[in-house]
Ligand binder design. Structure first.
Ligand code: NDP
Ligand code: 8X3
Length: 247
């Protein structure tokens, strides 16, 4: 039986991935700040299959303590799914809040890198895998995407850099780069459930389950195959043109 550690399993893509991996016979270490959500997931999926670990991923001591506390088979992590992350705000850079930028960098970049660094020796020992949640925002800039897009570009580039460094170890690394997925993402970004409902209304966005199924596929390919990067969008979403400011 294999073990996956999923960060940000309290909602959206992470929760869907927890369900998918348990359905596939894996053990899941599920992390996030909302204890009630993780408890509900453990109740739903069974405490033999899912271990809830409640901590703020930006808190180095809590993060390391949680990893140190893993015992037995729960400590034998075969797959690290770096999913926890967020966008805050849609304002242009000149109107953005520095605290929002710091939160995004601390969560999407610093915590992801630190957890990866912490788990790397075990992943190498088990010839495991890392799947990172980047975004289309890593590649395609859009107004108001500023630091969020930059954090996701870091995630993509770190994934590719890890591939280079891990050559010969058998460890697989994948950058998953979705467009619009209906989760709590937009409610968190805007602070408004209405704004979230409006964005997704009539757009047939992807679902957390769509992305979870893709992650499952990536993770269960034969061990000689590595998906380096994988970009997905709903059919309804496409590209905008360049903006031109006229005098
Ligand atoms: P959700 O808001 O539904 O889920 C985000 C998850 O991240 C939650 O489980 C949340 O847990 C966790 N998280 C956020 N901050 C922290 C923190 N400080 N400590 C611990 N956990 C944290 O969004 P998604 O499922 O959509 O997002 C998952 C990933 O997918 C993110 O990295 C996002 O950037 C990326 N993504 C999303 C897209 C979309 O359109 N939805 C598109 C492309 C990429 P809790 O709040 O309980 O701590
Ligand atoms: C989330 C997708 O387009 O809102 O990463 O930036 S987008």
């Amino acid at each position: 039986m294999k073990t996956v550690l999923i960060t940000g399993a309290t909602s959206g893509i992470g929760a869907a991935a927890a369900r998918r991996f348990v359905a596939g016979g894996w053990r899941v270490v599920a992390t996030g700040r909302r204890a009630d959500r993780l408890d509900a997931l453990a109740h739903e999926l069974g405490r033999d299959a899912l271990l809830p670990l409640v901590f703020d991923i930006r808190d180095a001591a809590a993060r390391d303590g949680a990893m140190d506390g893993l015992a037995g088979e729960w400590a034998a992590i075969d797959l690290l799914l770096n999913n926890a992350g967020l966008a805050l705000g849609t304002a242009p850079a000149q109107g953005a809040t520095l605290a929002d930028w710091t939160t995004m960098i601390d969560t999407n970049v610093v915590a992801l890198a630190a957890l990866t660094h912490r788990l790397l020796p075990g992943l190498i020992a088990r010839r495991g895998a890392i799947v990172n949640l980047s975004s289309v925002a890593a590649t395609y800039p859009y107004a108001g995407g500023n630091v969020y897009g930059a954090t996701k570009a870091f995630v993509r580039q770190l994934s590719l850099g890890l591939r280079a460094d891990l050559a010969g170890t058998g460890v697989r690394v994948t950058s998953i780069e979705p467009g619009m997925v209906e989760t709590e993402f937009t409610a968190v970004r805007t602070g408004s459930r209405d704004a979230s409902d409006t964005l997704y209304a009539g757009a047939a966005p992807m679902t957390g389950e769509d992305i979870a199924e893709t992650i499952w596929w990536v993770a269960t390919l034969p061990p000689h195959l590595n998906i380096n990067a994988l970009e997905l969008m709903p059919v309804s979403q496409s590209f905008a043109g360049f903006a031109v400011a006229r005098r």
